[in-house]
Ligand binder design. Structure first.
Ligand SMILES: NC(=O)c1ccc[n+]([C@@H]2O[C@H](COP(=O)([O-])OP(=O)(O)OC[C@H]3O[C@@H](n4cnc5c(N)ncnc54)[C@H](O)[C@@H]3O)[C@@H](O)[C@H]2O)c1
Length: 373
């Protein structure tokens, strides 16, 4: 049983409790310490609820990193975005492995520094791009790798949400307030929040490398400073092309992440709100629905599938699957099979490239050529 500490995820926080539940589902790691909030009293209350020793609840992440080094196997950083960089850095400097949520950092330079630090100290650094943890995303990836769609011509990925269709950040909404604040959220609102998932998912599933993009970032809700919607044209190393759309101002949308891949021999489609099914249409043949839990699922998908077909799995188990791989690497030295710090860095570079393109009238930007501030 590994031992971990959590930074962020305090009372009323959204995703910290999801990480805790996912880790508990796997039974691979036990929460032993935390700095859940900037407010020590709030941290203490939550620590007591979670059954932690009072002296392992800390006032600052730096104190946690200093005093827990050697007593924990990893730290989970689930704070608002502006606190990722200093907290991951404090942990790595103390020799602690880290899993951080996305977007990894505010700038590529920060992300690069953390990746280098982890490499120097031989520490494991992961980023929770959750959707890589779905069994049917793995199925899609393995089908593409073995040639089921032939040569990929076009990729279409969209992630519309509607919870920011009104300016809720002006009403004291906890999660919206910091996300919409340029100092805390970063240079973007929705690109970092949901567009970052698209950026990770497409190359992960298709094996394509993004080479160029042209982005238009919009603020659809009046008075909003940062983007809440965006469209991005993409080109890849093979000559394949793509189109991404993300939004948090798409009224009525919930978590509509959809990935479609079109090759010269077939097409594949996966929709996050129906995650156990994958639609596969070979060229000139009727569409087939592939179901999670079916006996002939490909090995990677099978390894992430936990309940029989027809008993739905979902988002929580996708998080748990990312941790399943992360913990297997920490405990047994298993090959890295989860999104890493390098992936986090690439995500931040993508955000920079989109911002540059959008500022320059949706000009094409070479992704590899991005300097990174
Ligand atoms: N992977 C996913 O699918 C997914 C989903 C939701 C959120 N996220 C990411 O998770 C992170 C948290 O998002 P959220 O919606 O849970 O935010 P939130 O505002 O609900 O929670 C953030 C928590 O961090 C704490 N915190 C902030 N700074 C801190 C510091 N310096 N020390 C200790 N605690 C601190 C806050 O008190 C709060 O408890 C964000 O980076 C977000 O992008 C990822």
């Amino acid at each position: 049983m590994l031992r971990y500490a959590m930074i962020g995820g305090g009372p009323g926080a959204f995703v910290g409790q999801v990480h805790r539940r996912a880790l508990a589902l796997n039974g691979q790691a036990r929460l032993v310490a935390g700095c859940f909030s900037r407010d020590l009293e709030k941290s203490r209350v939550l620590g007591a609820e979670l059954g932690l020793d009072g002296d392992r609840v800390y006032a600052t992440p730096e104190e946690l990193a200093r005093l827990e080094a050697g007593d924990i196997d990893f730290a989970v950083v689930v704070t608002s975005n502006e606190a990722h960089y200093p907290n991951v850095k404090a942990c790595l400097r103390s020799g602690i492995n880290v899993m951080c949520d996305k977007p990894f950092t505010h700038t590529p330079a920060q992300a690069r520094e953390l990746v280098d630090l982890a490499r120097e100290r031989r520490l494991v650094l992961g980023v929770t791009y959750t959707y890589a943890g779905y069994p049917m995303v793995r199925q899609m990836r393995e089908m593409i790798a073995r040639g089921d769609v032939g040569e990929i011509r076009f990729v279409n990925c969209e992630y519309p949400q509607g919870w920011l269709a009104e300016p809720v950040e002006t009403t004291g909404h906890i999660q919206a307030s910091w996300r919409a604040d340029p100092e805390r959220g970063g240079g973007t609102l929705s690109l970092g929040d949901v567009g970052s998932h698209i950026e990770y998912l497409v190359p992960h599933v298709t094996g394509l490398t993004l080479t160029r993009l042209a982005a238009r970032l919009d603020s659809l809700v009046e008075g909003r400073v940062l983007d809440d919607n965006g469209t991005i044209l993409t080109e890849y190393d093979t000559g394949a092309r793509g189109l991404y759309w993300y939004s948090q101002a798409a009224t009525g949308a919930v978590n509509g992440l959809r990935l479609r891949v079109f090759g010269d021999q077939g097409g594949l489609e996966w929709f996050q709100e129906d995650p156990d099914h994958l639609r596969y249409t070979p060229l000139n043949e009727p569409a087939r629905i592939i179901t999670r839990g079916a006996p002939d699922l490909l090995p990677g998908a099978m390894a992430y599938s936990h309940t029989p077909a027809g008993h739905p799995e979902g988002w929580l188990l996708a998080f748990a699957n990312i941790y399943q791989s992360f913990c297997a690497t920490l405990a047994m030295g298993a090959a890295v099979d989860f999104p890493t710090g390098e992936d986090g860095l690439r995500g931040v570079e993508f955000i920079e490239a989109c911002l540059e393109s959008s500022r320059n009238g949706t000009a094409w930007v070479e992704v590899g050529a991005m300097g990174g501030a």
